[in-house]
Structure formats: C-alpha cells, structure tokens
Design a protein around this ligand. Structure first.
Ligand SMILES: Cc1cc2nc3c(=O)[nH]c(=O)nc-3n(C[C@H](O)[C@H](O)[C@H](O)COP(=O)(O)OP(=O)(O)OC[C@H]3O[C@@H](n4cnc5c(N)ncnc54)[C@H](O)[C@@H]3O)c2cc1C
Length: 580
C-alpha cells in the first residue's frame, strides 16, 4: 500500500483513490491549510506536486500511468465544493460530499427543495392522487358500491391539499437538517462567478476548489401572439390556483401535459390538450402513447394532434385561443391556459462566462464525467437539458461527487435511463422503444402481456394496458421494456435491475413472482420468450424426441442441433418481428 507524505510526514487518510494504471493506488491526505506541496509515493516512484498550481487535483501521469489524487482541506480555497442550487441535484451532491468530510457550501436562490418539491413532482403527484380519489368515488359502482358524483365544486379544497402536501413532504425529507447534519453550510441568495474559482455574493467573496452547478431549469416562454397579455399558467403558478378551473387548455402532450390534463379533467375541468406532434409522449413507445390517448379521450379530454395555439385573446373575461390544425383554425374558449412546453436552463446571472463555462439556451456543456468546459466546475440535473427527471438529477449528483473525489473515473451511462409518466394508468419507460430499435436497424423481438389477463388487475378493476418487452439474440437480451398499466413505475424496477446487471428476459421469466401481483404481468410477458422458442421447428423436434424417450445422449445431440438451427433461423430472420 502506498502512502502520501507531505514534508516527510504522514497525514490523515480520508479515503483511497485508484488510478487507471496498475500499482498507482494511494490515500487521500488531509493536507492542512498552508500546504503548498504534496508528495505522492507509489510503487514506481515518488512525485512532488504543487497544490498551489494545481488546486486539489494532482495528475501523476509522469510515471507513464494515468492517476489522480484529491486532497481534502485545500489551503487556497474557502470550500472544497460550492454547490449552486438546492434542488434534487444540489441536495444529493451536498449530502454525499458532506458525508465524505468535504467542506461544502450550498447556495440556494429561491426555495430549498427546488422544482421537484415546490412546483414539480410533489405537487403534481398530490394533485394526481386527489384526482384518482375523485375518479374512484365516481366509479365505485363498478364494484357494487354507490358511486359518488364528484363535481368541480366538490374539489374546492384540492389545491389547498396540494400545498399542504408540499409542506408534509418538506417536513418528512428534512433536507436542511440532513445537509447540516453532514456539515454542509447553506446560504440563501444569488452568487455569480468573478473568476473560475471565485464567487461574489452580496459583496462577499467565496472561493472553492470545485463547483457544482445545479440551478435547474425554468419553463420556456411561449411565443404566441396575445398569450403573455392574456396570461397563462406554468408549473410555477398552476399549483397556486385556489380552485379547479371550469375549463382548461393544456399546451403540450409530454409527461407534464398529459398528467395535468387528466388530473384536472378528473377534478371536474373541461380539458382541451393541444399537441403539436402526431402523438402524445413522443419519447415513449408509440404503442403505449396511442393506447394512452384512447384512455384519455374516453375520460373526456379533447386532444388535438398536429395542432398549435397560434393566438390568444381575452373576451368577456375568458381566454379565446385559436388552435390551428391541418384542416383550419378553431377557437377554444377557456378559463385558464397551462403551458407545459419547453424548458430553459437557469444560467442567467451566474457569470458563467467569467468562469469559462460554455452554455447555450438549451444546456450547459459537459463531458461524460459531467465536467463543464472548466474542469473543476461540474454541472448536473435539469441544467444539462436532456432527460429532466429528479432521479436522473440525483444520479448525476452522485456521479459528480465521485468524480470530484476520483477525477474522471465515472462516466454517465444513460443507455438504461428509466422514467415514468404518472397518468392513470401509468406509462413507464426503460431502454429502447420499438421505434428506436428500428431506427438503429437492430434485430429484435417483442413479447407482450395485457393487464386484462392479470388476475390482480382484474380483481381491482384496473386492467388497462400491457407490458411490452423488446429483446434480442438467442440469450434473450433485454433491449427495452415499456409498461402501460397500474403502478407501471413501480413494476419497472425489476426490469431496471435486470437490464442494469445484464440479466436476460429468461431470468425474469424464471424468477418466482408472488401471486396475485401486478408484477406477474411482467413475468408472463417474459414467459412468452419460452413459448416462442419452444415453437421453433428444431427445438420442437428435439423436445418431441426427448419426450418420446430417445436416449439422453441422443437428445443432447438433438438439442445441440436444435440450438444450432435456432442460431441459423435467427440469423436468417433479418430485422424486426412483432409478437403483438
Ligand atoms: C410539473 C412537473 C412534474 C414533475 N414530475 C416529476 C416526476 O414525477 N418525477 C421526476 O423524476 N421528475 C419530475 N419532474 C422533473 C423534476 O422536477 C426535475 O427534473 C428536478 O427537479 C431537477 O432537479 P435539479 O436539481 O436539476 O433542479 P431544480 O429542482 O430545479 O433545482 C434547482 C434549484 O436551483 C435554484 N437556483 C436557480 N438559480 C440559482 C442561482 N443562480 N443560484 C442559486 N440557486 C439557484 C432554484 O431555486 C432551485 O431550487 C417534474 C417537473 C415538473 C415541472
């Protein structure tokens, strides 16, 4: 084991780093204030690096191997890490870095908890839950109870409930306490870079060895004539409503648009949804998005595809939106308009130019280790402008802290990238969609199972949707899984685990699933793989021979031949094939 010495003395060890080379393995040193050099002793030699020149990172590629170290308590800077933004990404990185013993400052401009807690996930899911309760009351007759009609007026307390839920979650998460317990200092206000290591905040100068930009995103302004004058809602204002609007026009058919459209519809609003594409949830599998559109339409939502809101005016206190579709213009009169379209990264006022961080109107530029164009400044969460979800912000936050500790060692891997849309039924997404598999020219097979054949879904009167799996190769490699159904987001986790750890569709089929659960729909979809393989001519012949009592070694030979035959058949089958 190699040890770090400084001025010939051994220092406190905080952790262990490992270079990409072989024996380059070393401890972190607790370098006190005033430290200017650090000596790394490794199996192959000894190297003195200047902390003053290189900040907290030391590269000792001088030995012909790539290796890096990180020292805690860098003399030059006030903090090891300064985090800008106290949302999902900022909180998670703060807690993790604090727990590792780093000196961390988190600066939040608005409310702690960010979008997810205050204007995103939490209030939207609280509204969706209330809407589901209303729906359950209305449809209670389906299981022999008296149905209860729920009107918009009956839902008068729902928006207050949504706001109370934010407080409840805030209390339960106790984020500020968690951060403070891990030694993270929190300050409120706006800071901006004056140079790559320095922020100015309220006349005070704060320096950091590393920075994490986690300032999130905001709704993009919508450039529709008359809309700004008429006034419209976004996720930042919709949860401040005091009552359920009589009529609502939702612009956008992405996750937020469909979730809000269904929730307000169930709570008594007349809802029109305008989507400028030919389908809802364009990033999800097309089979699921068209099934969802049917469900939402049956619930009474007026969905316009390939349509745009082209102007808005106010008449008699109501908003009149012109919606342009292929066959002409139509007016939609409504009480409120909710835009769910587009996000812009929160980069304003950060002074990123002074820090050398490149960004545009859509994202902050990073490499796969989430380093910006200034290598000690990292960025994560919505600011990156790709899949904007809380769980990804958390994933990126952890990755950033790992990379600050072990620079450049962990790279983003978005090939799995799961998410869910919390409509009823939910839509959960993992890996490739069928459209993406086709675009990539992949050979794939589809296995599916409807919830209409799942006992639990039937007994609970919740049997809409299906599980759809894309797999490839003789081994049943999982390419993607898409679930439209009750609790689809929860059901996806066994697939995430399977895909992340390289398990096959067979592994899920073979796993014992508890009866009667919704998860059995996943197992049954996976079992289709066996059914199909069993129908392959050679496999059928071999199994037939085995059943007829042909000797084991002959059967083994037959099965071997069958396997080879399957391989040939597979190779011949060419591209895609459907099983639905
Ligand atoms: C309606 C809605 C529903 C959603 N539902 C879900 C869901 O169900 N599941 C899911 O995974 N995701 C959901 N999301 C997305 C999720 O909210 C975001 O992906 C997540 O909040 C991103 O986290 P973040 O830390 O990057 O940014 P944020 O949570 O936005 O946090 C950024 C923080 O930085 C602060 N800040 C901004 N500028 C500065 C500055 N200059 N200095 C200091 N601080 C600053 C902000 O005040 C904010 O607190 C939803 C989003 C919306 C809009």
């Amino acid at each position: 084991m190699n040890t770090i010495y400084q001025d010939g003395r051994e220092y406190d060890h905080l952790g262990m780093g490992q270079g990409a080379g072989d024996e380059i393995e070393f401890y972190f040193a607790q370098a006190g204030r005033g430290t200017s050099t650090l000596e790394l002793a490794c199996g192959t030699g000894r190297l003195t690096v200047s902390l003053a020149e290189r900040g907290n990172r030391h590269q000792h590629s001088d030995w012909g191997k790539r290796g890096y170290g990180y020292t805690h308590g860098m003399a030059k800077y006030d903090y090891d890490i300064i985090i800008l933004g106290g949302g999902s990404a900022g909180i998670v990185s703060g807690v993790m870095a604090g727990a590792l013993g780093m000196r961390v400052l988190l600066i939040e401009k608005g409310k702690m908890g960010g979008e997810c807690l205050n204007t995103g996930c939490v209030p939207s899911k609280a509204l969706i839950h209330a809407a589901r309760v209303a729906h359950t009351l209305r449809t209670a007759g389906e299981c022999g109870l008296n149905s209860v009609p729920v009107s918009r007026e009956d839902a008068a307390g729902v928006m207050a409930h949504v706001r109370a839920t934010i407080k409840a979650v805030e209390g339960a998460d106790a984020t500020v306490k968690l951060l403070e317990d891990n030694g993270v200092e929190i300050r409120h206000g706006a800071a901006h870079f004056t140079n790559p290591h320095t922020l100015e905040m309220g006349g005070e100068t704060l320096t950091g060895a590393n920075f994490i930009l986690a300032t999130g995103s905001s709704p993009a302004p919508l450039d529709v004539p008359g809309l700004a004058e008429a006034g419209y809602l976004t996720n930042q204002t919709v949860f401040d409503l005091d009552a359920i609007p009589e009529s609502l026009l939702v612009i956008g058919g992405g996750p937020n648009g469909v979730e809000m459209a269904q929730a307000f519809r169930r709570l008594g609003s007349h809802v029109t949804l305008v989507q400028n594409r030919e389908r809802l949830l364009p990033r999800d599998d097309v089979a699921l998005s068209s099934a969802l559109a049917g469900i939402l339409r049956r619930e009474g939502i007026d969905i316009r595809f390939d349509a745009r809101v082209t102007s808005v005016r106010v008449e008699d206190g109501r908003r009149v939106a012109t919606v342009t579709q292929g066959d002409g213009d139509r007016e939609v009169i409504c009480d409120e308009i909710l835009s769910t379209v587009g996000r812009v990264p929160n980069t304003g006022g950060l002074g990123l130019e002074a820090a050398g961080v490149k960004f545009d109107g859509k994202r902050v530029q990073t490499d796969a280790a989430l380093r910006t164009t200034t290598s000690h400044i990292y960025a994560g969460g919505d600011l990156l402008g790709h899949d904007q979800f809380s769980h990804l912000a958390e994933y990126e936050a952890k990755l950033i802290v790992r990379n600050i500790v072990f620079p450049g060692t962990t790279r983003t891997d978005f090939h799995i990238d799961p998410w869910a849309t919390f409509t009823d039924p939910e839509v959960a997404h993992l890996g490739l969609t069928e459209e993406e598999a086709k675009e990539r020219g992949l050979a794939y097979e589809v296995y599916a199972q409807p919830f209409a054949q799942n006992d639990r879904a039937i007994v609970e009167g919740d049997a809409q949707g299906f599980v759809k799996i894309l797999s490839s190769g003789l081994g049943g490699k999982i390419l993607g899984v898409h679930i439209l159904g009750p609790h689809a987001g929860e059901l996806m986790h066994e697939w995430i685990l399977a895909m992340q750890h390289g398990h096959s569709i067979r592994d899920v089929a073979d796993l014992v699933h508890i009866y009667p659960t919704l998860s059995m729909a996943s197992q049954h979809a996976a079992q289709r793989w066996y059914e199909r393989k069993g129908q392959e001519p050679l496999a059928k012949a071999a199994l037939g021979a085995y059943v007829k009592g042909i000797r084991p070694h002959q059967t083994a030979l037959a099965l071997g031949l069958a396997g080879a035959g399957l391989g040939l058949a597979w190779a011949r089958r060419g591209n895609s094939r459907r099983d639905r």
